[in-house]
Design a protein around this ligand. Structure first.
Ligand SMILES: [Zn+2]
Length: 469
């Protein structure tokens, strides 16, 4: 059914356009020049955060949208860091779909880069530059999808909303998703959202998996604070704050909380096993076998830490602070524990277990400011997930679609907490691209071919969910 529908929409799009010039303009190869032009222009606009200056991208997007007759609206807490929203109206029979991407990027150390980080240099089949994989790839795919749907003139059964948001990489003042959700939610309220998150993996020249994030772990960092008597370093004290803190950090850093799979991770490991070598498959399948689970988990901890993290709430010591001189016993010592809880974690119980484990009245646990709300996973059996799955199978032939839980946190957390089922997607990368040239690296780059496929994937999924059948 879906395949037949896709074929008919494509026929409509390519053949049903009134002007003959549009027939050629709407073939996928002829979208490439425009896609690349926008992508390079967006990468060339330096929006490193701080200070962001996302207004420069907003100005660019406003012009592009206006030239296709699409009005857009700025929403700004800080005029230099606005968010931009545009909407294609549907007939209202279904609730909207929201495509969002952030316009800021992390900073650069220019001298570490082999190319101009804001040059969008084309080299060896890649586009190089800050933001090429985070998040100007999604921004470009969203923009092209939005423009192509508008140009097709297709009747929509739900609104399609385009959101270019500021301040994702660092948002201490709340200019981005927080501002939109708290103050202008009506402008972006939707049944479904598509954002950055997972991506597709290339192996031996073909796209082996397409991962769609349905949920993520939630940051709930704490500070461990040990206090004791200050004094001279030549006189040992039983209440030495550094010693007490070190002991607490050791207990928390080596604590392995219970493994707990949810609907997403259960399906992820089962499907991954189905396309893995017999040895790997046996390991993923044995996670739920009480006899063999411990050995499998141990292997993942050593060799596949990203998978290991997906099994449980994790508590990772990341910062230590104590002392003012080699001969001074400080009265206080502090550590930061980066806790990432599973979406269904019982936080008060976890904190109580932590305190019991530390078991030291000299050490207190102080919660750090909350940056992301807890939200239930978005469903795997929704129309949006199915549309993404079908689009992936269509565009990346022979691939396997996996639902994913992100270990990191994204702006989807705020949307899910407001009831918007949100899915994270990204373009296809090799493992070398992921590991050596990934997000925030000094050699960030995106395969040019992956950009074009990603636009086609996004267009296919959003058309499927929004165009009237
Ligand atoms: Zn990002």
């Amino acid at each position: 059914m879906r395949f037949g529908w896709y074929a008919s929409v494509l026929a409509f799009t390519v053949l049903g356009s009134p002007a003959s010039s549009q027939k050629t303009a709407l073939s996928w190869t002829s979208q490439q020049a425009e896609t690349l032009r926008h992508f390079r222009a967006l990468v060339q606009i330096d929006t490193s955060n701080p200070p962001g200056n996302e207004v420069k991208i907003v100005e660019y997007l406003e012009k592009v949208l206006a030239s296709d007759g699409i009005p857009s609206t700025r929403f700004a807490l800080d005029p230099n860091r606005p968010n931009l929203v545009a909407r294609l109206k549907g007939n209202g029979s279904k609730r909207p779909v929201l495509m969002l991407a952030h316009t800021d990027v992390v900073g650069v150390q220019r001298d570490k880069w082999p190319v101009d980080p804001f040059g969008a240099t084309l080299r060896d089949g890649y586009v190089w530059g800050r933001g090429t994989t985070d998040d100007k790839d999604n921004l470009t795919a969203n923009l092209m999808t939005f423009l192509l749907i508008k140009r097709s003139g297709a009747a929509l059964e739900r609104d399609v909303i385009f959101l270019a948001e500021s301040g994702e990489e660092a948002d201490p003042t709340g200019v981005g998703i927080r501002f939109m959700v708290d103050r202008h939610f009506e402008a972006i309220d939707a049944e479904f959202a598509i954002a950055e998150g997972n991506g597709a993996t290339i192996e031996d020249g073909r796209v082996r998996t397409v991962q769609t994030a349905t949920t993520e772990k939630v940051p709930r960092r704490v500070r461990l604070v040990a206090t004791g008597t200050s004094g001279h370093g030549s006189v040992p004290r039983l209440d030495n704050a550094v010693t007490h803190l070190a002991s607490a950090v050791e207990k928390i850093g080596t604590w392995e909380t219970p493994m707990r799979l949810n609907e997403t991770t259960r399906m992820y490991f089962a499907k991954l096993a189905s396309i893995s070598t017999p040895e790997q498959a046996a390991r993923y399948n044995s996670l739920l076998d009480p006899q063999r689970s411990a050995a499998a988990q141990r292997y993942l901890a050593e060799h596949e830490p990203v998978h290991y993290s997906a099994l449980r709430t994790s508590l990772v010591p990341t910062m230590l602070q104590a002392g003012i001189g080699p001969n001074v016993i400080p009265s206080m010592a502090e550590a930061v524990i980066d806790i990432r809880i599973l979406p269904d974690e019982d936080l008060p119980a976890l904190t109580a277990q932590m305190a019991a484990r530390i078991n030291d009245p000299a050490v207190r646990i102080e919660p750090m400011p909350i940056t992301r709300p807890v939200a239930p996973p978005s469903p795997i059996d929704s129309a949006m997930y199915r549309a993404l799955e079908q689009a992936a199978l269509r565009v990346y032939r022979g691939t396997t679609v996996l639902p994913g839980m992100l270990n990191g946190a994204t702006d989807m957390a705020q949307l899910r907490a407001r009831g918007v089922s949100s899915y994270g997607v990204g373009p296809a990368l090799t493992s070398d691209d992921f590991v050596q040239h990934g997000w925030h690296s000094d050699v960030e780059r995106l395969p040019e071919a992956s950009l074009y496929q990603f636009v086609e994937f996004m267009w296919t999924a959003v058309s499927d969910i929004a165009v009237k059948k």
